[in-house]
Design a protein around this ligand. Structure first.
Ligand code: NAG
Length: 324
């Protein structure tokens, strides 16, 4: 009897040990699997910054077909402000309705000099003016810019004293000194469902916008966690469409398929300016006292900083396309 009992308790122990091991193994395996699936996205993030931009632009380009031309009804801007709130007709001229931004928005943007913006602006006007008289707003070519990072925006306002603003500007100036000027190429022009005509750019050389935004985030620790744009994007807005096109009698047949017509215009513009090359050598710290002041010629205070690093100083920022 004693031996049987012994055998029984012995096997119980063996079974227990086996069970425990099996469970440990099972959970261990689960843990490893789960972690490796967690790791999977990091494989995706090794995608180069320019690949990320291309994918992003592909998606933005397909939005118009997917969502239609929402601006013909009640368009909203990329900053979710309704377009009809932003403009009015004054003596037959499209005029921005300026509204005070409280507190003022503090934006950091790369600036595109008029040497490059004026020819682009002329091409945009030549294609769109004939069809969008009085229902188009052209971005002022003296203020073409690439939005990088907001120290405060209208969705998450971060009020600041004058002293804090000076501190931010000084921090941004230091960032600019550590950035290399960029050479960029216009990848494509696209029209968003909200009617914004956007130039989307790629980086040929210089500090990548992903790095610029990371440096600005470090330099501006109080800035809103959620920023308005994708980290990789490099875009300028050229114009905002506010209503439907008008056709001459000979082209009236085009009115039946407006979406097709928008694609046609964008293609025509791309045929002229796609591949356009430009240099970017200034970072601006802008206090916008009116909502969208940079886009609407509102009131603002601009501090301009030169991108002053040379290639050798920050070699890790200079992954020229293909080597990244
Ligand atoms: C465009 O911007 C420049 C620089 O801020 C300004 O001097 C000019 O008046 C603006 N043009 C228009 C039409 O508002």
């Amino acid at each position: 009897m004693a031996r049987v009992r012994n055998w029984w308790s012995h096997s119980k122990t063996v079974v227990l040990i086996w069970l425990t091991s099996a469970l440990l193994f099972y959970f261990g395996l689960q843990f490893v699997l789960r972690n490796s699936s967690l790791n999977y996205p990091s494989a995706v993030s090794t995608m180069s910054d320019s690949e990320r931009r291309s994918k992003l632009y592909d998606k933005m380009e397909s939005d118009l077909n997917e969502h239609g031309a929402a601006f013909l009804e009640h368009g909203e801007t990329s900053q979710s402000l309704s377009l009809s709130d932003l403009f009015t007709l004054k003596d037959g001229i499209v005029t921005p309705v300026l509204k005070a931004a409280k507190p003022p928005v503090r934006a950091n943007v790369l600036y595109l000099s008029t040497e490059f913006s004026v020819p682009i602006s002329e091409a945009v006007r030549s294609i769109f003016s004939p069809y969008f008289d009085k229902v188009i707003w052209f971005q002022n070519s003296s203020l073409y810019h690439f939005s990088m990072f907001h120290a405060s925006h209208h969705i998450t306002p971060v009020p600041a004293t004058e002293v804090e603003i000076e501190g931010e500007a000084t921090a941004v100036e230091a960032v600019a000194k550590a950035l290399c000027p960029l050479k960029i190429v216009l990848d494509r022009v696209l029209l968003t469902p909200t009617g914004v005509l956007l130039g989307c750019w790629q980086v040929a050389s210089g500090t990548d916008p992903v790095t610029i935004r990371a440096k600005l985030r470090t330099a501006l620790p109080r800035a809103p966690k959620n920023q308005l744009y994708d980290n990789a994007i490099l875009h300028t807005s050229f114009a905002r469409l506010l209503g439907p096109p008008k056709f001459s009698p000979t082209e009236l047949h085009k009115a039946s398929d407006q979406l097709q017509f928008f694609h046609e215009l964008v293609t025509r513009l791309n045929n002229i300016i796609r591949g356009f090359e430009a240099d970017v050598s200034e970072l601006w710290y802008v206090e916008e006292y009116d909502v969208l002041a940079l886009a609407l010629n509102g009131r603002m205070k601009v501090r301009r900083f030169k991108l002053a690093a040379s290639k050798s100083e920050t070699s890790e920022d200079h992954k020229v396309e293909g080597k990244a």
